[in-house]
Design a protein around this ligand. Structure first.
Ligand SMILES: C[S@@+](CC[C@H](N)C(=O)[O-])C[C@H]1O[C@@H](n2cnc3c(N)ncnc32)[C@H](O)[C@@H]1O
Length: 288
């Protein structure tokens, strides 16, 4: 009896130790990787937002328009992100249609979100650092019924180049699942905001930088069930809601909405939730 009792105590102590210690060790490990990564980033070209190896990962995917392919999660994401953007713009401007609203989709990839926004009535410009993806986006637009060849329009370009010819031009800017893939996110965000008219709206969606997002987005979704391309996310490049809000404020923007997002891995359905520990969507307005 004494022996069983002793073993029970021992097992309980081990379980508790593991529950407390493992997340701490994981956090320590990830933080060290972050420091190493930041050292590497400072050696990158600070005037460019592009990380070539990361852009290649998405450019190498040939099934952008397969709703059950490697990018099926982005297709499903349209179900909640298009109303989020549409309602955000309508509520802010007080108008009742997206018709003639100029939206810039930064890092548009193969055009999954750009086409959705164009079908909702907006005049969309999609830009991406990958020439191959801009080609895919153009080809798909030309085949899509109900879309003229001039909407969305696509350019192979980075935001820091695009802003030079389009400052204070757009009513809204969208960067969905992009800021976590760029070099120099401060330059990226500053350039996005500079393309906005004053009073314009910016929308960003991105994973948070937490142990939970590491375990779900990077470990589980990339490495275990492969519903996200392997190597697409680097923990150290993830940005927290607070960091992003601060960056927006530094760029003369006022945050009006900041919500958590979750993907149900079984049904593959997205929904907005209160906690932002996994992913989040932020909406901000450029002040005068
Ligand atoms: C995860 S995909 C998101 C695609 C699209 N926004 C969507 O949600 O359907 C990330 C995209 O960002 C693009 N990208 C990465 N860095 C970029 C940069 N600095 N400038 C423009 N595009 C970039 C990649 O080429 C890729 O197409």
């Amino acid at each position: 009896m004494r022996k069983i009792f002793f073993h029970l105590i021992l097992v309980t102590v081990i379980v508790f130790w593991t529950l407390i210690k493992v997340p701490k060790l994981l956090h320590q490990y990830l933080s060290e990787r972050r420091v190493t990564h930041e050292r590497k980033v400072t050696e990158c070209d600070e005037n460019s937002t592009v990380i070539e190896q990361n852009v290649e990962i998405f450019a190498n995917l040939d099934d952008w328009w397969n709703p059950r392919g490697k990018l099926s999660t982005l297709h499903k994401f349209n179900v909640i992100r298009i109303p989020f953007i549409q309602n955000g713009i309508l509520a802010h401007t007080g108008i009742n249609t997206l018709n003639n609203i100029k939206i810039l989709d930064v890092g548009c990839g193969g055009g999954i979100l750009s086409e959705g926004l164009a079908k909702a009535g907006a005049l969309v410009t999609g830009i991406d650092a990958s020439a191959a993806l801009i080609m895919i986006a153009k080809e798909h637009r030309n085949l899509s019924s109900g879309l003229p060849n001039s909407n969305p329009i696509y350019h192979h370009n980075t935001i820091e180049e695009h802003v030079k010819t389009h400052p204070n031009y757009y009513d809204a800017v969208v960067a969905s699942e992009v800021i976590e893939h760029v070099n120099n996110p401060k330059l990226f965000l500053k350039s996005c905001v500079e393309t906005l008219k004053s009073g314009g709206v910016i929308f960003l969606t991105t994973p948070n930088r937490t142990i939970w997002s590491y375990l779900t987005v990077i470990f589980f979704c990339e490495k275990v069930i492969s519903i996200i391309p392997k190597g697409a996310h680097e923990y150290s490049k993830l940005i927290t809601p607070r960091e992003l809000s601060e960056m927006l404020t530094e760029n003369n923007c006022s945050v009006v909405s900041n919500q958590g997002i979750i993907l149900n891995i079984i049904t593959r359905h997205w929904q907005f939730i209160k906690p932002r520990s996994l992913m989040y969507a932020i909406q901000a307005v450029k002040l005068n």
